[in-house]
Design a protein around this ligand. Sequence first.
Ligand SMILES: NC(=O)c1ccc[n+]([C@@H]2O[C@H](COP(=O)([O-])OP(=O)(O)OC[C@H]3O[C@@H](n4cnc5c(N)ncnc54)[C@H](O)[C@@H]3O)[C@@H](O)[C@H]2O)c1
Length: 270
Amino acid sequence: MSLSGKVAAVTGGGSGIGEATCVRLAGEGARVAVIDIDAGTAGLTAKLAGEGLAVIADVSDSAAVDSALETVEAELGPVDIWVNNAGISGGAHSDRVNPRAEKQLAEMAEGAVATPLEALVRMTDEEWSRMLAVHLNGTFYGTRAAARSMAAKGGGTIVNVASICGIEGCTGHPHYSAAKGGILAFTRSVAKELILQGVRVNAIAPGFVETQLVTGSLTEPLVGAVVMGTPQGRLGRPEEIAATIAFLASDDASFFVGETVSPSGGFVTV
Ligand SMILES: NC(=O)c1ccc[n+]([C@@H]2O[C@H](COP(=O)([O-])OP(=O)(O)OC[C@H]3O[C@@H](n4cnc5c(N)ncnc54)[C@H](O)[C@@H]3O)[C@@H](O)[C@H]2O)c1
């Protein structure tokens, strides 16, 4: 799977799955741009990825994403691979929901769950909008910017990072599930359009992976419940997800168009 001579850009490349993806793509020979809202972590990943380039941008800002692409192309040349990976978890929403979810776990052990989560009814407009802005709008802005460049030069690959929450619907996280489900439907639509211009677009829908997004937003008992629900009996590792992304981005996946690949330890099997 040589990516030698390719230019790759990864949003949210500063940490977790994005960081592992930058390192993996660099290991396969690509020159990598780390696009992140956090300058410190973007710089660190850029170092880990050899001669990587750190670019600071908020993916929910359309002009910032266009400008990030311009910077990458001015510094490294036309992009061949673009990974829409930047993401956030629930923040204050998770803090409200977690105690009730833990209570449900305790009730489950007693034999009957009675506590309502009240996740949806207490969600604010701002929480809903920010989740969709980062994940769904960010994926649209990134895909559009990359596709404009790739179609003009005759090809490229785009990988969108969704989640099993976009397939199954994750209890208590309707905004995250809606954003990730939207990314999957968006991917199918644009993949069918862009393939005739040589641009392959696919999505991944990982299960639960050991990153800040999970360990920083779920309490220990809730992580334990997730592990119980994963047939493989553990969280995924960022490197395992990065390997799937690298495959989809490479010519080895040349007949994958609009596909969803779900490395999830058996959490979801489709
Ligand atoms: N960890 C999991 O279990 C899991 C499972 C399925 C899908 N995912 C998805 O994988 C992706 C990466 O998540 P992760 O687990 O590595 O989390 P992470 O928190 O380790 O990394 C997310 C990165 O995105 C960056 N980011 C956040 N908002 C941004 C913005 N507006 N603009 C630019 N960068 C921004 C952060 O600074 C961070 O570097 C996300 O889309 C997430 O939803 C994660």
